[in-house]
Design a protein around this ligand. Structure first.
Ligand code: PLP
Length: 451
């Protein structure tokens, strides 16, 4: 495709390296340049309108163009546009947000550390836990166990926790302290005839065997997304979390819940930990915290971890970790307003109700000749396309049909995400039943052309 000289598309191709993109392919196609957004829709620079069925990157909970968030940012910009949290400094929105997160989060989480992104938050988890175990005199307890197909970010530590080959290939990852156990996706990885609970038993046994093989004295933490998001929307099998938590408790292994996608209503409860009965020692949140209007993430953790870290930093003289924009007051003010909107408009309950509608509308596609599985929980779902329903065989090459579907959906005014050949849906929490119907109708039209 020839790009118009000096167009935004041509300048994009000339100057940018895009995240999570095949650079050579991008040179040929150029970008879709988004110009504005309103509610669940975005408009490109040619004026084409798209239904954002992915809430951006699983994140724009309250929709686009929400004036209350714009005002909250402007107010804080006018008052104090920036201050840091280093060396005893603080700012009011940061304190307000920390208090609010502790009070609304699952019980037992008492402290907050702010970062700018989910990746930095998971990096912080690794360093916090390492510092903690050093401080309390068990320096050998450092390994993290994560899952295949889990996504925890792309920095060196968080990218190592991620269990997706694309995020390791070419980057010399993962770090040797990061281990991976099986993905809890029943459709793909259960044995023939194995029920969900039996599958969960097997995965819990595998985790325990791995901890014993590594040596429990060397394993610090187990990290997982309550429901795997970026790996393809993979809800865990029934009883999985209660079983893996029990294993972790038996071996003094911390449980880290990464709710960067799941948090703030996505699963129809404020936190996915509430949905699955998880009692984490550490909780990571981001994305829907500000509806991604401002970058911020938070690591919440237990008082036990805090006390160990505080003692350790007292001995060393400082806790030498943090970012220029940790607890940025504008991001914190936007987060406070965003949480107000989520609460006042009942968006968690709306996500539960609309999620039910989405799953009901998608369910009939389970009989379609190209569909292997329809899955989801709360307001997040996926339809996995397969080459052969009977054998569950994937397309060859994996992802080619998904990539075609992703591109074709744009022509139908729909933005979805393709993970391999799984078509993912994660619309803003403000969607109505009519919006869901519109999304599913557009999806059906693309599927019709795929067949
Ligand atoms: N953890 C999870 C569960 C995520 O889904 C993501 C991003 O999608 C991250 C961490 C990384 O967040 P960020 O892209 O803000 O670094």
């Amino acid at each position: 495709m020839t790009l118009l000289p000096n167009s935004a598309q041509a300048r994009d191709v000339a100057y940018l390296l895009h995240p999570a993109t095949n650079a050579r392919k991008h040179e040929r196609t150029g970008p879709i340049v988004m110009a504005r957004g309103e509610g669940i829709h975005v408009y490109d620079d040619a004026g084409n309108r798209y239904v954002e069925a992915m809430a951006g990157l699983w994140s724009v909970a309250v929709g686009f163009g929400e004036p209350r968030l714009v005002d909250a940012a402007a107010r804080q910009m006018g008052r104090l546009p920036y201050y840091h949290s280093f060396s005893g400094k603080s700012s009011e929105p940061t304190i307000d947000l920390a208090e609010r997160l502790v009070k609304m989060s699952p019980v037992g989480l008492d402290r907050v550390f702010f970062t700018n992104s989910g990746s930095e938050a998971n990096d912080t988890v690794v360093k916090l836990v390492w510092f903690y175990n050093n401080a309390i005199g068990r320096p050998e307890k450092k390994k993290f166990i994560a899952r295949q197909n889990g996504y925890h970010g792309i920095t060196i530590a968080s990218g190592s926790l991620t269990g997706l080959p694309t995020n390791h290939r070419g980057f010399d990852l993962p770090l040797p302290q990061m281990k991976h156990v099986s993905c809890p996706h029943h459709y793909r990885y259960a044995h023939e005839g194995e029920g969900e609970e039996a599958f969960a038993d097997r995965l819990a046994a595998e985790l325990e065997a791995r901890i014993l093989e590594e040596g429990p004295e060397t394993v610090a933490a187990f990290i997982g997304e309550p429901l795997i998001g970026a790996g393809g929307v993979l809800p865990p099998p029934a009883t999985y979390w209660e079983k893996v938590q029990a294993v972790c408790r038996r071996h003094d292994v911390l449980v880290v819940a990464d709710e960067v996608i799941n948090g703030f209503g996505r699963l129809g409860t404020m936190f996915a930990c509430d949905h699955y009965g998880i009692r984490p020692d550490v909780l990571v949140v981001s994305k829907q915290l500000t509806s991604s209007y401002m970058p911020i993430a938070a690591v919440l953790f237990s008082d036990a971890i805090y006390q160990g870290v505080a003692d350790g930093s007292d001995r060393l003289g400082t806790f030498g970790h943090g970012f220029t924009a940790s607890g940025h007051p504008v991001a914190a003010a936007v987060a406070m307003e965003n949480l107000d909107i989520i609460e006042e408009r009942g968006l968690v309950a709306n996500a539960a109700a609309m999620g039910e509608h989405l799953r009901a509308r998608l369910a009939p596609f389970a009989d379609h000749p190209l569909v292997g599985e329809v899955r989801g929980a709360g307001l997040i779902a996926a339809v996995e396309l397969v080459a052969d329903r009977a054998t569950k065989a994937k397309f060859d090459p994996v992802g080619a049909v998904g990539a075609w579907f992703y591109a074709r959906a744009h022509d139908h005014g729909l933005i979805i995400r393709a993970v391999g050949d799984s078509i993912c849906f994660c619309p803003p929490l403000i969607v109505t039943a009519a919006d869901i119907d519109d999304i599913v109708d557009r999806f059906a039209a693309v599927l019709e052309e795929t067949a």
